[in-house]
Design a protein around this ligand. Structure first.
Ligand code: AMP
Ligand code: MG
Length: 482
């Protein structure tokens, strides 16, 4: 068997999913296979690259052992309740146990309609497929938990959006696709039995340390909150703005999911928003922890019916579990930024100092990623690149004196180089790669993926990927592009 499936979600009760078959795409072409990830999954990358492998990835042939399903979920989108969402353009082919014994989902995104498609076509344009490939793989290389990309395909078909676009399929790999919205789906249907089964499944798959714990639901909530706190802190330290942190786009595994309108900051700004549909700035860079907390409160509501005891005790338990989110977030955020700045210690004033430093970047309109790369060079003795990032040297002089004092003139060079990437998937590069691919030239996409595979290493072949966009290259709006 080319892929050793071992499916468990498809054994859940029928109301958790619908059995579906991927649509076929006879003209499909494989654009990229992720050889390293295939290896992790114990799948032969050469086979994926062959006609037989491509036929499976394109949805044309169902591999032995697959049990394809579309999962049910609901969610709050921009704060508004949607009782039924579900996999409308994604099909879970099955699960595999990877080389370390970790269970991973293999999903085809853009492989046709499912019972949850509503008015949609279940397809995906090629642009969002390539965007997700680039950004999710960069995120993994940057060390942040994320769903992965096993392959990108062009279907050879046209999909109709504002205009006709080439179609694509992304083969997504995830620790699981269970979302806060999966719990909400059953909560809204007043189905505590399903909630309990789902909760037990999540504990077994993602939080095995809670197996056998009596009344594990609030410990589960706190464990999910802890992973989300670290995740959001990790995003913010990279200048990442998720852009669509709806409850259906928040996994309980703690992986980043959904790369629709996401973007990385070029110049730093606390309230930066890229997504064209986020008019109120709900998912701005600095709103992300508050939104994660709000989403976790929705998860708390779903778990409460499972908790034993009186109503007041239950509420107090939930509030207590949620209250730890802020602590976990601050710990990860302060420690992470301290590393970026080369501070060896986190103290009572660190949070305020980080904020003041970021305010300086915002005021001076400095590029977030380049600033930290240049600060590393300053720490190593060369201030020239850092000075080059600032128009007004006066602002920088005062700050540098403070920074030198705080680090006792001995910044932690190792932590700085390990937490300050040189290259991030900049928006203008992604758009450039997509535009080229749409007109048949895949070279910029391939080069972008390659250049982002080791983002912390200096690499003279990819210095162009370190550059900020020129004013005429700036991309300030991103679109869901579904
Ligand atoms: P998203 O904005 O990507 O998180 O998707 C929100 C919901 O819309 C999910 O239920 C998707 O499955 C569904 N959806 C998005 N695009 C399509 C499409 N092209 N066809 C069918 N359903 C879709
Ligand atoms: Mg989504």
């Amino acid at each position: 068997m080319a892929i050793c499936f071992d499916n468990t979600y498809a054994q859940m009760p029928d109301r958790f999913f619908e059995r579906v078959k991927p649509a076929s795409a006879p003209e499909a072409r494989l654009l990229r296979v992720n050889g390293a990830l295939a290896g992790e999954l114990g799948i032969d990358a050469a086979w994926l690259d062959s006609p037989a492998g491509t036929a499976v990835l394109a949805g044309n042939v169902l591999p032995e052992g697959a049990d394809p399903i579309a999962q049910a979920y609901a969610g709050h989108q921009f704060g508004g309740w949607v009782p039924q969402l579900g996999d409308g353009r994604a099909i879970l082919l099955g699960e595999v146990l990877d080389q370390t014994g970790r269970r991973r989902d293999i999903q085809l995104k853009g492989a046709g309609r499912t019972p949850w498609s509503r008015g949609g076509d279940g397809k995906s344009p090629l642009g969002p497929v390539l965007r997700e490939y680039v950004v999710s793989e960069a995120m993994a290389a940057l060390g942040v938990p994320t769903t992965r990309a096993l392959a990108a395909l062009a279907t050879g078909e046209k999909v109709l959006r504002e205009d006709e676009r080439p179609g694509g399929v992304l083969v997504r790999v995830a620790a699981s696709h269970i979302r806060v919205g999966t719990f909400q789906y059953f909560f809204a249907r007043d189905d505590p039995e399903a909630l309990r089964l789902l909760g037990e499944y999540v504990i077994a798959r993602h939080y095995p340390e809670l197996i056998g714990v009596a009344d594990p639901w609030m410990p589960l909530l706190e464990a999910v909150a802890k992973r989300q706190a670290k995740l959001v802190a990790g995003w913010m330290q990279l200048g990442f703005i998720h852009g669509v942190m709806n409850t259906d786009n928040m996994t309980v595994s703690g992986e980043t999911i959904d790369f629709g309108p996401c973007a990385f900051l070029d110049t730093f700004s606390f309230g930066k928003v890229f997504s064209s549909i986020d008019r109120g700035g709900r998912y701005a860079w600095d709103q992300q922890p508050a939104i994660a907390h709000w989403n976790l409160a929705r998860l708390a509501e779903c778990l409460l019916p499972l908790v034993s005891g009186g109503d007041e005790d239950k509420l107090e338990g939930a509030n207590c579990a949620l209250s730890h989110f802020e602590e976990h977030f601050q710990e990860a955020y302060y420690r992470g930024f301290a590393n970026k700045f080369g501070l060896r210690q986190v103290g009572g004033q660190t949070g305020l100092w980080i904020r003041t430093s970021l305010a300086l970047l915002e005021k001076a309109q400095v590029d977030f990623t380049r600033f930290f790369t240049a600060l590393g060079q300053a720490a190593g003795g060369d201030e020239t690149p850092l000075r080059g990032e600032f128009g007004n040297q006066g602002d920088l002089d005062g700050w540098l004196a403070e920074w030198r004092a705080l680090t006792d003139n001995d910044p932690d060079l190792v932590r700085m180089s390990e937490s300050n990437p040189r290259r991030i998937p900049r928006n203008h590069r992604i758009e450039e790669a997509i535009a080229a691919a749409e007109s048949g030239d895949l070279a910029p996409f391939r080069r972008l993926v390659d250049g982002l595979a080791s983002p912390f290493e200096e690499d003279p072949d990819f210095v162009d990927l370190e550059r900020s966009p020129q004013p005429n290259e700036c991309v300030n709006r991103t679109f869901c592009g579904t």
